[in-house]
Design a binder for this molecule. Structure first.
Ligand code: PRX
Length: 650
């Protein structure tokens, strides 16, 4: 197995001075593993505490006695760390650069301005009866008010649940019901690539379902001025409520282990899980990782292209940058609007020095050739980051050569909604790069690779990636279902945190993430459970049964491939195929739409009725050899007919 090309950190980059040299990384990493309490007690001073903690860590990964607590008797407030404490030194510094969907629209918001808005909105929420501990759902486009809403929630201690604006009314309703929120913050419409997204109408539709019926208050930001339906008792314009609201607000002291936010993410079974993060550990972890992995400098302009509806948007668009007093870019639009030169042009316009984006965007840009990117100079860039899915070496090299002008180091950052922040990444200046490898663990992170029987693998190997000890940013529970938390993450291999990812370790102790080992897909860096797409498909009248698998996709990394068995009396047709795609979009959202649907007279099942996904994955990938032993199937002839069907389509 090749260890691939090694690309050293460029000399000019090192010459400018870095937060971590190779030696410092080695020393600090060793210290963090040898004595995690001492390491994190010190590192926790990256945030301001209202009441200092006396205990650092109280952790048991035993599924019978699961306990994850960090800094448990300390008190702090996230908004106070992101805003109030920046005012003295950075009051007039730009906190957020907002770049609108329309390239002619942008705004700079200083720390002082953002602080005032957040204080006002905290007072608004309090006046609407929102108290510490109440869950607030946020369903917003990428506008500064999304940041204001999130920060205001943290200021009063109300955990937010941000739902990505691309999710359907049903998905939104399910998330509202699961966390029991009665308040939703939204906008009239979002704007992406000049197209309006009917957010308020989606909220109305969500509230009309039984799951969404508990909502009593909807606060609406006017973004496009598009027409919306209005319920005078329930709906309030954001600007009306903000007029006259006081900008005086004392941030509430939160216990370190008080809930900070819930973020829904897909698992291999059942409904999306409400990943629960708490206040102290999360903030320490994102503040620390943000500064070190982006090798932060005071004059940096940082652009993370993720939506605030995903964990990357939480940790590295909002909380990590602001807690460090950095300038963060928030982009409302899409990379291809008005055309593919947009990313480079935004970099030039705002002098972006660090660009953090997903492989799917890099591959889509690469497909357009170098031309659109070369319309910009990108000379302000000094560092690039990749997140959300494995980056293939070809895309890595193109990102490095064209976007970064062969000048900027790239950090390939591996992490998950569950981990709160990045666990594996090459720290710039400290770790040489290998295209396609997330490389080395962050301070305090103890990765290990287990075989399928749970035995520890040593040296060069490939298997299941687990983390053997806690870190402050780790999720604390699944909202309302602590049992599922223990079962999902700590029971598969008892005593360690199971990531659900596979990884390979090379001779230099670099980690290479190979992708999910469970029934979770990663489509354009978005997580999607096969079970969710299957249940959306079978809710269509024509569908008797469905099995969904991933298949290799040039741009998306993974595409969604659905095998569908029809009910008696329904015939395959192109119209039905289109109708099923539309149905899944409406049930879950556009990101869940199948890329391919194959009609399946039957599905390969074992005699006990279990669907053999391994076979379905191979057929979807056009790999017809080595389908393995099919003699144990209830009806082996099913496989032949699926192979014939696939060949006929291809
Ligand atoms: O499979 C891994 C992949 O994305 C999964 C986590 O998805 P999510 O919770 O939505 O968080 C995405 C943003 C962190 C992981 O289990 N993944 C994430 N980053 C990488 C990655 N796979 C390979 N390389 C990465 N850098």
């Amino acid at each position: 197995m090749s260890d691939a090309t090694v690309i050293p950190v460029p000399a000019h980059y090192l010459a400018a001075g870095t937060r971590n040299t190779a030696d410092e990384y080695a020393t600090r990493y060793a210290e963090s593993i040898a004595n995690p309490d001492a390491f994190w007690a010190k590192e926790a001073q990256v945030v301001d505490w209202m009441k200092p903690f006396t205990q650092v860590k109280d952790v048991s990964f035993n599924p019978e006695d699961l306990r994850i607590k960090w800094f448990a008797d300390g008190e702090l407030n996230v908004a106070a760390n992101c805003l109030d404490r920046q005012l003295a030194k950075r009051g007039d510094k730009t906190a957020i650069i907002w770049e609108g969907d329309d390239p002619r629209e942008s705004r700079h918001i200083t720390y002082r301005e953002l602080h005032a808005e957040v204080c006002k909105f905290a007072n608004v929420l309090t006046a609407k009866g929102v108290k510490k501990g109440d869950r607030v759902t946020i369903y917003m486009p990428m506008i500064p008010e999304a940041a204001v809403a999130m920060l205001a929630c943290t200021r009063i201690g109300a955990p937010h649940s941000v739902v990505f604006g691309g999710f359907s009314p049903d998905s939104l309703a399910g998330r509202i019901e699961d966390c029991g929120s009665t308040v939703v913050i939204t906008a009239d419409e979002g704007l992406r690539g000049s197209k309006a997204v009917p957010l308020k109408a989606n909220v109305d539709n969500a509230i009309r379902t039984p799951a969404g019926s508990g909502v009593t208050t909807v606060i609406v930001v006017r973004r496009t001025g598009g027409s919306v339906n209005w319920d005078n008792k329930r709906d309030f314009w954001y600007h009306d409520l903000m007029t006259g609201a006081s900008a005086d607000h004392a941030a509430v002291a939160m216990n370190a282990e008080d809930p900070l936010f819930i973020l829904y993410t897909s698992g291999s079974t059942g409904k999306p899980k409400g990943v629960l993060h708490t206040t102290g550990g999360y903030l320490v972890y994102v503040t620390s990782t943000f500064a070190n992995m982006f090798d932060l400098r005071e004059d940096d302009v940082f652009w993370c292209t993720a939506d605030v509806g995903w964990v990357t948007g939480h940790s590295y668009l909002l909380y990590g940058p602001l807690a460090n007093g950095a300038t963060t870019v928030m982009f409302e639009g899409v990379p291809q609007y008005p055309d593919w030169s947009r990313i480079g042009k935004v970099v030039d316009k705002h002098h972006v020095s660090i660009l953090y984006t997903a492989p799917t965007a890099i591959r889509a840009l690469m497909r357009e050739g170098d031309g659109p990117t070369l319309e910009s100079s990108r000379k302000s860039l000094r560092l690039l980051g990749s997140v959300g899915e494995p980056i293939n070496p070809e895309a890595w090299n193109w990102y490095h050569r064209v976007v970064g002008d062969s000048r900027c180091p790239i950090i390939d950052t591996w992490w998950q909604t569950e981990t709160g922040g990045v666990l594996i990444t090459p720290l710039p200046g400290a770790v040489d790069m290998k295209p396609g490898s997330a490389s080395r663990p962050y301070f305090g992170i103890k990765p290990a690779i287990l075989d399928n029987d749970g035995s520890l693998m040593k040296g060069v190997c490939e298997g299941n990636l687990v983390i053997t000890d806690s870190w402050p940013g780790q999720m604390r529970s699944i909202y309302g279902d602590h049992k599922r938390f223990a079962e999902t993450y700590f029971n598969v291999f008892p005593g360690v945190y199971t990531t659900g990812d596979g990884a390979r370790r090379d001779a230099d102790d670099y980690y290479w993430i190979t992708g999910r080992v469970d029934d979770v897909l990663n489509v354009s860096g978005h997580r999607m459970g096969t079970a969710e797409v299957e249940s959306a498909l079978v809710s269509h009248v024509a569908v008797a049964e469905a099995a969904v698998v991933g298949f290799p996709h040039d741009i998306k990394g993974q595409g969604i491939f659905a095998y569908v068995t029809l009910q008696e009396g329904h015939e395959p047709s192109e119209e039905l195929r289109k109708a099923l795609v539309i149905h899944v979009r409406a049930e879950i959202g556009p990101i869940a739409a199948p890329d391919q649907i194959q009609w399946a007279p039957g599905l390969p099942k074992t005699r006990s009725g279990k669907i053999m996904r391994r076979i379905l994955r191979k057929i979807a990938a056009n790999e017809f050899d080595g389908l393995g032993d099919t003699s144990t199937l209830a009806d082996p002839s099913v496989v032949d007919s699926l192979v014939q069907g696939r060949r006929a389509e291809a």
